[in-house]
Design a protein around this ligand. Sequence first.
Ligand SMILES: C[C@](O)(CO)[C@H](O)COP(=O)(O)OP(=O)(O)OC[C@H]1O[C@@H](n2ccc(N)nc2=O)[C@H](O)[C@@H]1O
Ligand SMILES: Nc1ncnc2c1ncn2[C@@H]1O[C@H](COP(=O)(O)OP(=O)(O)OP(=O)(O)O)[C@@H](O)[C@H]1O
Length: 297
Amino acid sequence: MNSVVQHSISKINIGLAILNKRADGYHAIDTIFQSIHLGDTIYFAKHHSVVFSGIAPELPPYMNDMIPYDESNLAMKALRAVQNYTGCTTGGAIHLLKRVPPAAGLGGGSGDAAAMLLGLNTFWDLRLTEAELFQLAKTLGSDVPFLLKGGTARGTSRGEELRYLPTGKAHWLLLVKPEISVSTGAAYNRFNGISAFNSTTIDAVEKSMNDGRMDEAMQRSGNTFEELLFPNNEELAQCKAFFADRGHTVVMTGSGPTMAVYLNQARDALDLQEEIKAAGHNWLSLITRTHAKEELA
Ligand SMILES: C[C@](O)(CO)[C@H](O)COP(=O)(O)OP(=O)(O)OC[C@H]1O[C@@H](n2ccc(N)nc2=O)[C@H](O)[C@@H]1O
Ligand SMILES: Nc1ncnc2c1ncn2[C@@H]1O[C@H](COP(=O)(O)OP(=O)(O)OP(=O)(O)O)[C@@H](O)[C@H]1O
């Protein structure tokens, strides 16, 4: 192919129970993944060697400073994994346009890794099967397998074991990220074996999702990371309460700190953005939508 454009997706977790710490250092979790439209774009163009660059013009400077456009970028790690697996020596000028806030609990870097796998498969005409892509994805991170396809799925083990659920209609969300960035590893390390949430919590979420009631699913959910992070981050609890106090259903996604606020209609987001501004909070907010069944590949 002369050129390829590959869009990535990101996710929210509707409920996340950390169950226990495993012998390999990872944590066994139980979660419901829901993919959302917010995503990055990777551009591939012919070039004699591999060159990689990136840019994030829509993100604030402090977030830009966090994103490396070098070998440590998860997208580049995905490219190296593909080269190792296939032995492919073709080049490419690859450019990553970032829109997903980093270290936000949205699986931004993981989505780029998944998009790199998919994009290279087309660009280099590798003909890797879905199973091969899934295996490669697993080696890159716990969230990467889900972000290959998206939709709605229950994730267990370290999050890579997926049972797909029916995806319903699209729902509008306002994603709100306080200026706190959370390292996933450090957040997991706070777990001391105790949580109010377990697989029964996630069973209830799954039931509501299967009934097509995402609002109810969010209300029934719980996230162990809220228990781990809120006591030391007053602003996080404050951020969640800001929306709950206004009658909105809100959950923290992944290891945080982003809050996903359920909206009955898209224009409610504009009112909320005005209120955030009026209250003097420097929270980044982005309007997005969950994927609907017919929008999935
Ligand atoms: C918080 C979530 O985003 C929820 O979907 C994921 O569990 C995190 O997935 P991820 O960012 O793809 O995580 P990885 O790149 O696999 O691991 C990052 C760090 O989190 C820890 N980690 C991750 C997943 C997991 N189930 N248990 C863990 O303890 C790992 O030890 C590692 O230090
Ligand atoms: N392509 C990438 N995009 C963003 N950050 C990246 C990327 N590659 C590596 N990183 C590094 O990974 C860190 C975590 O960013 P990422 O967006 O993956 O977090 P996250 O959305 O919280 O992930 P998760 O929800 O999977 O835990 C960043 O602070 C950055 O240093």
